[in-house]
Design a protein around this ligand. Sequence first.
Ligand SMILES: N[C@@H](CCC(=O)N[C@@H](CS)C(=O)NCC(=O)O)C(=O)O
Length: 216
Amino acid sequence: MELYFAPLACSMATRISLYEAGAGAKFHQVDTKSKKVDDGSDYWTVNPMGQVPALRLDDGALLTENPAVLLYVADQHPQAQLAPRDGVQRYELIKWLSFVGTELHKVVFNPLLDRTSNDGAKTYAREKAKARFDVLEKHLQGREFLLDRFTVADAYLTTVLNWAGATKVDLKPWPTLLAYHKRMHERPSVKKAFGEELALYQQAQAKATPEKAAAT
Ligand SMILES: N[C@@H](CCC(=O)N[C@@H](CS)C(=O)NCC(=O)O)C(=O)O
């Protein structure tokens, strides 16, 4: 399995899930701005959307889109129980993957992170954030995870919530959600993935703006 990722991007959810499963993978770092892979190749030829994550399967097929990639990793490692195999809980998992991917990742955080978005888009995103965080706040009361145990949906939610700092989204009005995020960061898989990707992110930043890095 080969994972195309960008440091601290949504693809970190797949890295967390792989670590949870104790699974190995080959990692290819992608610069999502230049669309270059770290070996110098053109990422457009891998994923015509130019986005991470993309997962190269052992038979050569390419899987994209977070919910599909995450479910695949979970299903390949059933012993890690990162996704319910069947029953209503399976659909609950798909619900949360979809919620995180559409309602949080794309509606709230994308306009706040995207350099090309304007003030109107950012105001819209901040307004939309409230109802979505309210839903999570209520759901997580008295629960440790989105489902009954840690799943790939928690890996995705944790990764997306990491962007709150960079986008100045204050999670304090949602204390249960904030506590959930802190709790997830205590998991060894999250600690390892976050530590590694933070270092790679800082290296990439220093390469892009060497004068800034030298001044710090
Ligand atoms: N719908 C896609 C969204 C993936 C996505 O937005 N990836 C971001 C990083 S978090 C990216 O690659 N952005 C670069 C771009 O859109 O050009 C999925 O679920 O995989």
